[in-house]
Design a protein around this ligand. Structure first.
Ligand code: NAP
Length: 251
């Protein structure tokens, strides 16, 4: 029984977009250490991606690294093709790549808007479309979209960011309905504030103020998100859900 469970884990091929740093890197490390075969994707942070790879390989875990700017349809396809050509299938796709920008709504340029849509929402569409073809063929799979608390509540001065994160929730629910009969689950995770480079712009005082608004009175860690991803992979009856991990900031 235990041997069979171990075999199942080792057989699962998982692609994590945007995993050179932050939440994505924590997901890759956590899943690799659980015994899954993980494909780390980076765009600009090659050194950081290679560090995560060598750290895991030294410890004997299975990880591959593939550079692709997933905001571009051809590069997103190349990433999914790499996983399928090398391992014959893709079991789990985690659409985690994302950017953020603080900007007054009236100052968001066409380029800012398009850039946000391409990186945060269109990337998930491109990767999911390619992965879903293989998953439908295999009659099994899981897609996890990294949304945000701002996709649920809306964030002031982050209208374009919030729009993409709300869009990911729509994508999650509609796709969960369409792909459920093919035994493919689609879920979203909506983190609150997590300690990564994305929040380096906050001052110490800002962070203290934010903590005071959070019932658990602390900022989340990338590992908090990685553990919820692992749970979604292990589970087999949750689909179309948005899992909020925010210390009670939004209930
Ligand atoms: P981060 O530390 O800034 O890291 C962002 C990651 O996304 C990097 O690995 C980056 O890769 C990658 N990326 C961005 N655009 C990409 C593209 N076009 N193609 C491939 N990779 C791309 O951010 P994070 O905090 O870990 O955030 C990860 C996800 O969680 C994002 O979707 C974010 O919106 C979401 N989220 C974060 C928080 C938070 O508080 N941190 C809260 C809610 C939701 P390179 O550096 O290699 O380019």
């Amino acid at each position: 029984m235990v041997e069979n469970q171990e075999k199942n884990i080792l057989n699962k091929i998982i692609v994590v977009t945007g995993s050179s740093r932050g939440i994505g890197a924590a997901i890759v490390k956590h899943l690799a250490k659980l015994g899954y075969t993980v494909i780390l994707n980076y765009n600009k942070s090659e050194a950081s991606a290679k560090n995560v790879e060598s750290e895991l390989k030294k410890q004997g875990y299975t990880v591959d690294v593939f550079r692709a700017d997933v905001s571009k349809p051809m590069e997103a396809k190349n990433l999914i093709d790499f996983a399928i050509n090398k391992y014959g299938k893709i079991d789990v796709l985690i659409n985690n790549a994302g950017i953020c920008q603080d900007r007054l709504f009236t100052e968001i340029t066409d380029e800012d808007w398009k850039n946000m849509m391409d990186n945060n929402l269109n990337s998930a569409f491109y990767c999911s479309r390619e992965a879903a073809k293989n998953m439908i063929h295999n009659k099994q799979g899981l897609i996890i979209n990294m949304s945000s608390i701002w996709g649920l509540t809306g964030g002031s001065m982050e209208v374009h960011y919030s729009t993409t994160k709300a869009g990911l929730i729509g994508l999650t629910k509609a796709l969960a309905k369409e792909l459920g009969p093919s035994n493919i689950r689609v879920n979203a995770i909506a983190p609150g504030i997590i300690d990564t480079d994305m929040n380096r712009g906050y001052s110490k005082e800002d962070l203290e103020e934010l903590k005071n608004e959070i019932p658990l009175e602390r900022i989340g860690t990338a590992n908090n998100i990685a553990k919820s991803v692992a749970w979604l992979i292990e589970d087999d009856y949750t689909t179309g859900e948005v899992i909020s991990i925010n210390g009670g900031w939004n209930m």
